[in-house]
Design a protein around this ligand. Structure first.
Ligand code: HEC
Ligand code: HEC
Length: 349
């Protein structure tokens, strides 16, 4: 049968269209293939992760983008503050030797910036557990008036005006539209890779090193006096407790009560991990103590009674000076210097 010129034309167009579509699809596939997934390996002895790592979809490209965002001061209203300003690597991503951190326009945070590591094993974030997931948490400091003080439309226009950011987002998320959620997801891919499990303590557990006598005695004391709330291997049970710190009337911080509204949660704060504790001064939710010894002295002599104080510390924790010394020697074994010096986590050049 003879086809009209017009039908042939239409057939040709259809074939071209199909080819073009195929190329486009292959392009997509190729782009997806260019992403390099990162598998997070659970350190020996760690429990199951609390956060969904598959949902985060961690790739080395996403981590690189998140790393750049984490250290970018342009994401703050007066170009003074990045996540990395308050979360410093040398302090295991807490604020180095500061009670509370400085944010934009010389503001002060209400609480001490917690160190950041092993975040995928955490159930909730913040001292009062206000956030459930890492990327929900990351939105708070970007827009918080005492942290970085930005609006998302400002951040978005800054990122969209930067070709390498634009391409970075396109590569990682397959879209030119930079939504707030993508910004916090990229940052969370980076912070999710902060894993710390290579301290002397870990090496001793793996039979690769040994404690000296002081450290060994400190370890035993730790297990009998501290491990109910700070259990291995995370060194926190992730519960909220009141350890009887005096209340600072200028802050009047009621802790977990703020979230639950339940009176029995008044003055309870999340039990912090003690990994890297020798590097994370200052201590406690408001950074009131500068040394580990002051923290231990609190348990020995400083516990204030109140209706919500934890029964296990309400009468204080009895220790001799020698025991206190040994305990500190053990706590120093929780420092993971490979983590504190890991170049992959440092400010990019
Ligand atoms: C001005 C200082 C400051 C800046 C900037 C800042 N943070 Fe924080 N961060 C804090 C403080 C303080 C807390 C504790 C808040 C609380 O408990 O109420 C915190 C808590 C966190 C936590 C929860 C940790 C835990 O163990 O509960 C994460 C995660 C975190 N910040 C990530 C970030 C990221 C990501 C950025 C950048 C987008 C950022 N922070 C910017 C001070 C800061
Ligand atoms: C009843 C549970 C409980 C017990 C027992 C306990 N802790 Fe704590 N610990 C906490 C809580 C909760 C905090 C945070 C309190 C706050 O900031 O309000 C904390 C904070 C700390 C801090 C400060 C860490 C930081 O990053 O700010 C250190 C150090 C510490 N504890 C060491 C110890 C040692 C050593 C022992 C044993 C002698 C011990 N703890 C026993 C619950 C406990």
């Amino acid at each position: 049968m003879k086809q009209s010129a017009q039908t042939i034309q239409i057939q040709k167009m259809a074939v071209f269209g199909l080819l073009a579509l195929l190329c486009l699809c292959m392009g997509c596939v190729k782009e997806q293939k260019e992403l390099h997934p990162i598998t997070i390996i659970s350190p020996p002895g760690f429990p199951a992760m609390e956060q969904s790592v598959s949902e985060l979809n961690i790739t080395s490209e996403g981590v690189a983008l998140g790393r750049r965002l984490f250290y970018d001061k342009q994401l703050s209203a007066d170009v003074s503050t990045s996540c990395g300003t308050c979360h410093e690597q040398r302090a295991a991503f807490g604020t180095f030797e500061h009670d509370r951190s400085h944010g934009v326009f010389n503001s002060h945070t209400l609480r001490n910036a917690p160190p950041l590591f092993n975040l995928l094993w955490q159930k909730n974030y913040h001292w009062d557990g206000a956030y459930r997931t890492l990327h929900e948490e990351a939105a708070q400091p970007l827009t918080g008036t005492i942290e970085m003080g930005m609006r998302f439309d400002q951040i978005k226009s800054y990122l969209e005006n930067d070709a390498s950011y634009r391409e970075g987002f396109k590569k990682v998320f397959g879209t030119w539209f930079i939504r707030p959620e993508l910004i916090t997801r990229a940052i969370s891919q980076f912070t999710a890779t902060f894993i710390s499990a290579n301290s002397k303590y870990d090496r001793v557990k793996q039979g690769r090193e040994q404690f000296d006598n002081f450290e060994q005695s400190g370890y035993q004391l730790f297990q009998s006096k501290c491990a109910t709330c700070h259990p291995e291997p995370l060194f926190t049970d992730q519960s909220y407790r009141n350890i009887g710190l005096t209340v600072d009337p200028s802050l009047n911080d009621l802790g977990r009560f703020r979230i639950t509204g339940d009176r029995t949660d008044s003055l309870k704060f999340k039990v912090p991990s003690l990994r890297n504790v020798a590097a994370t001064s200052n201590y406690m939710h408001d950074g009131r103590f500068a040394t580990i010894q002051q923290c231990i002295r609190h348990y020995r002599y400083g516990v204030q009674s109140s209706s919500t104080v934890d029964p296990s510390v309400s009468n204080g924790i009895t220790l001799t000076d020698t025991e206190e010394y040994n305990l500190i020697q053990f706590l120093k074994c929780l420092t993971d210097s490979s983590f504190l010096n890991d170049k992959r986590l440092a400010r990019p050049n």
